[in-house]
Design a protein around this ligand. Structure first.
Ligand SMILES: O=C(CO)COP(=O)(O)O
Length: 279
């Protein structure tokens, strides 16, 4: 293909993506872009980050999940700077209070301004977090009115064996069964083999798994499934965010490494905005 033909194909693809995002944003809720800083960032870096990051709450909901000790100062800075960004935690305990050394309750997270909390991240599952603990946490967070972001996803062995659908269905069922009201639930599909590896699932692959997840939620809780945001996570960066945003069942992203730098995170936020001129 010569250069001019290649340029034409690229322009057509760009146009299709733009139309898909525009029609999708008319039908669905606002996209959600979530930063999981994991065990990274200092207070100084975090404050610098907040000074520079910008989000328009009309276009997307942007959430930052810092490590516990940064929650309070980050909340103060967010209020002062009016960044339009919301606060989330990376974990929580299911009890209100008590003898649980090193743990933090839902009430404590709310006191420091958290509206969101990650639950069942694969890095925590690998450290021994059980399905039962995840279910208790989801229930407790829902009761508080906060938004639990429940992480699911297969590991590389399971992926190679073609077990992805089976694994995510099992994880969704374990986390969401017997819940009276799931309207605040957010799901994040994070294939373990894509986390921190630079090897993201293709948007097409992710869309297929998101459809399976939506169907599983539907099987458990009925038509509310269509309103539950399903995020993709695993090597999301500035270059692949826009094509992920184009898919109907990809309602946002959960970003690790690329959320530590303002430039890459800002570019991911722009990819999920309705106005694509600046993307
Ligand atoms: O685990 C993740 C977010 O929770 C994804 O991490 P990376 O974006 O660094 O692959």
């Amino acid at each position: 293909m010569n250069t001019s033909a290649r340029r034409q194909v690229k322009a057509i693809v760009e146009q299709i993506i733009k139309e898909q995002i525009q029609s999708r944003s008319l039908q669905r809720q606002k996209p959600l872009v979530v930063a999981n800083w994991k065990m990274n960032m200092s207070l100084e870096k975090a404050l610098h980050f907040l000074n520079s990051v910008q989000s328009d709450p009309q276009d997307s909901t942007v959430v930052i999940c810092p490590p516990y000790p940064l929650l309070y100062p980050v909340n103060i800075a967010m209020k002062k700077l009016q960044t339009g960004v919301q606060l989330g935690a990376q974990n929580v305990h299911w009890e209100d209070h008590g003898a649980h050394t090193g743990e933090v309750s839902v009430g404590m997270l709310q006191e420091v301004g958290c509206n969101f909390v990650l639950i069942g991240h694969s890095e925590r599952r690998m450290a021994g977090e059980s399905e039962e603990a995840i279910q208790h946490k989801v229930k407790q967070v829902l009761q508080s009115g906060m938004y639990p972001i429940v992480c699911v996803g297969e590991n590389s062995e399971e992926f190679k064996q073609g077990l992805t659908s089976q694994i995510v269905k099992q994880q969704i069922e374990a986390a969401l069964k017997n819940l009276p009201n799931i309207s605040n639930i957010i799901i994040a599909y994070e294939p373990v083999w894509a986390i921190g590896t630079g090897q993201s699932a293709t948007p097409y692959q992710a869309e297929g798994v998101h459809q399976t997840i939506r169907q599983s939620i539907h099987d458990l809780h009925g038509s509310i499934a269509h309103r539950i945001p399903i995020l993709y996570g695993g090597s999301v960066h500035a270059e692949n965010a826009r094509s992920l945003a184009a898919y109907e069942n990809i309602d946002g992203v959960l970003v690790g490494g690329a959320s530590l730098e303002v430039k890459s995170f800002q570019s991911i936020i722009r990819s999920f905005n309705k106005e694509l001129g600046s993307a």
